[in-house]
Design a binder for this molecule. Structure first.
Ligand SMILES: [Zn+2]
Length: 420
């Protein structure tokens, strides 16, 4: 095992994290451009500056707010002499979810947590009785919200861990490693960020996202994801003379929504079960629309759901003669498992690194996706590593400082293991 000083690492991580979460980077779920919100530039510029400040010469901030930087190999590992080590990528995202407020985050650092219930704003609380992971933090340090916003550990914990690892490796040239590519992306939460990534400039043969949750969770498997827009068109007439003529699009939409199988909703499923999720519904007599996401670990499973929505649309048309329903499904990302398994060393090195730094790992399916899912599809296998964050996308989000330190240590060991 690497003799890494936990306290030194924590000292790199905590101030960085507290600084990053104060920058407002909430993304817009209906992006018009990349990045979808201007605040993401503030964090990207800061990170580019910090990376240059650490001494990296190769730091790029692209026109679309991607930070791409390279940490050169230690002598003898980069190709001038000795074995040539492959380039490994480390990836995290700049934006935070729009599911909860993300402006004016006031992170609360609790040292030596006493294990008791923590009251937050608006009647919210962190309750160790309901959260065994939180209870287990007694005696350690945690960082939580004040209850008015999310924390942004998703994914600023990942960013801090990558930055901390880079800083530590630069301060410890005795830890030999190959070239490392650092990639910070905008708009991960919108699912729209990756298309602007200048893929042809990347050198990484494998990547790791730091975008997972609690200690030890490693992820090589995610949903197959489709987004669906359903349009309902009715027939309008004054309600006073509507008998036999009006076709009410708002009612068509509500009828469609009522057909969605509740046992296959996100709130009724976990583990390997997929779902239909109604995201929004709006409309009037003339037109209405509904937005859904479909998820399944099995590709046939998600296609079955697309086909079911088309059948529901036909059923609504039959119920509302003269009305029209169109279903437009778009693929968002695919399960990355198969592509990662084609390159077994990518997972093997990750498992070995975890074991070497004393992290008991568990492989867990992601009930979502990451930029890593999309990057894997594009040919760079990209598993996901835990960050130590809990309750993502909520006002009760919190971060374990010891888990953040463990994730950073794991990254350092992983980078070391990829040396040729
Ligand atoms: Zn994330």
């Amino acid at each position: 095992m690497l003799p890494i000083d936990d306290a030194a690492l924590t000292a790199y991580l905590v101030p960085r994290f507290l600084n990053y979460v104060r920058i407002w980077t909430t993304s817009d779920r209906h992006p018009q451009a990349t990045p979808s919100t201007p605040g993401q530039w503030d964090l990207a510029k800061l990170l580019a500056e910090e990376l240059r400040g650490l001494g990296l010469a190769d730091v790029t901030l692209t026109d679309h707010c991607y930070v791409i930087a390279r940490l050169p190999a230690t002598p003898g590992r980069g190709g001038t002499e000795g074995p040539i080590a492959p380039t490994i990528g480390l990836l995290a995202h700049l934006d935070t979810s729009s599911d909860a407020p993300g402006k004016d985050v006031h992170p609360q650092l609790v040292k030596n947590y006493n294990g008791k219930r923590i009251e937050l704003a608006d009647g919210l609380a962190l309750d160790p009785a309901a959260e065994p992971d939180l209870a287990a933090q007694q005696g350690g340090d945690i960082i939580h919200t004040d209850g008015t916003t999310l924390l942004g550990a998703d994914d600023k914990a990942g960013i801090a861990e990558i930055m901390g690892a880079v800083e530590y490796l630069l301060a410890h040239p005795e830890i030999e490693h190959g070239p490392v590519e650092i990639i910070f992306t905008p708009d991960e939460e919108t699912g729209a960020g990756l298309p602007e990534l200048p893929l042809d400039t990347l050198k990484a043969v494998a990547c790791y996202t730091l975008d997972g949750g609690p200690m030890g969770e490693l992820e090589i498997e995610c949903f197959n994801a489709y987004g669906v827009e359903v349009q309902f068109t009715g027939k309008v007439i004054h309600p006073g003379t509507a008998r036999g003529i009006l076709v009410n699009a708002a009612l068509m939409a509500s009828s469609f929504a009522a057909m969605l199988p509740r046992p296959e909703s996100p709130e009724a499923t976990d583990g390997y079960y997929g779902y239909y999720c109604l995201m929004s519904i709006e409309g009037n007599h003339e037109t209405a629309s509904a937005e859904l996401i479909l998820r399944d670990f099995d590709h046939d499973g998600v296609l079955r759901r697309v086909a079911a929505l088309e059948r529901f649309a036909a059923a609504v048309e039959a119920q509302f003669p003269g009305g029209k329903v169109t279903v437009n499904a778009k693929r968002q990302y695919l399960n990355m498992r198969e592509k990662i398994e084609e390159r077994p060393e990518v997972l093997e090195k990750l498992k070995t690194a975890a074991a070497n730094v004393g992290v008991a790992f568990k492989l867990k399916p992601i009930r979502g996706g990451t930029d890593g899912s999309r990057l894997t599809e594009l040919g760079i296998p990209t598993p996901n590593i835990f960050t130590g964050g809990h309750n993502f996308h909520s006002r009760i989000e919190w971060l374990s400082v010891s888990e953040m330190t463990a994730a950073c240590k794991l990254v350092i060991e992983l980078v070391r293991l990829w040396r040729a």
